[in-house]
Design a protein around this ligand. Structure first.
Ligand code: CAA
Length: 260
């Protein structure tokens, strides 16, 4: 697929998706969602990729939401198709076997905050702004915001953000537990790459099992989650990487994980 609205690169086992519509503040139109969806398919079928970073082009925005210009003319049916595609793409990020880092370099509004919420980790520039302003457009969040935001920041904070549509700054997002770290805007991508590289060096099948256990367990009661973890750790124990990791520790050297 030829990409028009995104830039997709793979370097040193790290895939980077840059939404590239800076004149529209990287708003997500149907074409952009198709392109991101295609990238996920490519990433899923490439075992050499160990971590993904998603960010926005330019200095102003990560993603300023779904593209209002596209949505204003959509019929109810077209909107349903668009929302289902958006939900599917975000769910695909969550269900990738490898971690996804959102590097939020500016406005993350509506679908932008919702996409970040579907990522494993969120790093924010000190210039970042988060919000679900859909209520101001007469609608409500449609890419999972009413479900993922309360799970992440708690009911009271999520209700206030969704009912008012107000934005929060990066420091507030950090205090809400919505982002992992806040960095000066100029160093955000360097920090994101450094974190991605650290994850990429770990045992791939261990990362896969850890991600599966965390994502499944958060929706389960504790006993079910603990049973899931026991199965996952059993699978991790059956890998060559477990032998390599423990042997390397005892031999006082760095492990060389191969994902086997
Ligand atoms: N869709 C389409 N175009 C957008 C856009 C969006 N979500 N966000 C910004 N743009 C466009 C603006 O219309 C403007 O275009 P023109 O130059 O042609 O006028 C350009 O990007 C630059 O934006 P502004 O001039 O508005 O920049 P600003 O600095 O004054 O304001 C902003 C920045 C506060 C982010 C403002 O652009 C804004 O409020 N954008 C809309 C945010 C929004 O409501 N997002 C939610 C969308 S709905 C959604 O996401 C549904 C869902 O759940 C999936």
């Amino acid at each position: 697929m030829d990409y028009i609205n995104i830039i997709f690169t793979v370097d040193d086992a790290i895939a980077t998706i840059t939404v590239n519509r800076p004149d529209r503040l990287n708003a997500l139109n149907p074409q952009t969602m198709e392109e991101i969806g295609h990238c996920i398919d490519v990433i899923r079928s490439d075992q050499t990729i160990r971590c993904v970073i998603i960010t926005g082009a330019g200095e102003k925005a990560f993603i300023a939401g779904a593209d209002i210009t596209s949505m204003v003319t959509m019929s109810g049916f077209e909107e349903k198709v668009f929302a289902e595609r958006g939900l599917g793409v975000l769910r695909a990020f969550e269900q990738l076997r490898i971690p996804v880092i959102a590097a939020v370099n500016g406005y993350a509004l509506g679908g932008g905050t919702e996409l970040a919420l579907a990522c494993d980790l969120i790093l924010a520039a000190d210039t970042a702004r988060f919000g679900l302003p859909e209520i101001k457009l007469g609608i409500i969040p449609g890419f999972g915001g009413t479900q993922r935001l309360p799970r992440r920041v708690g009911l009271l904070r999520a209700r206030e953000m969704i009912y008012t549509g107000d934005m929060i700054d990066a420091a507030t997002a950090f205090s809400y537990g919505l982002v992992n770290h806040v960095y000066p805007a100029a160093s955000l991508m360097q920090e994101a790459r450094s974190l991605a590289a650290k994850i990429a060096r770990q045992a791939p099948l261990g990362i896969l099992q850890a991600k599966a256990a965390i994502n499944a367990g958060i929706e389960m009661d504790l006993d079910s989650g603990l049973r899931f973890e026991t199965e996952a750790v059993g699978l991790a124990f059956s890998t060559d990487d477990k032998k390599e990791g423990m042997t390397a520790f005892l031999e006082k050297r760095d492990p060389k994980f191969r994902g086997e």
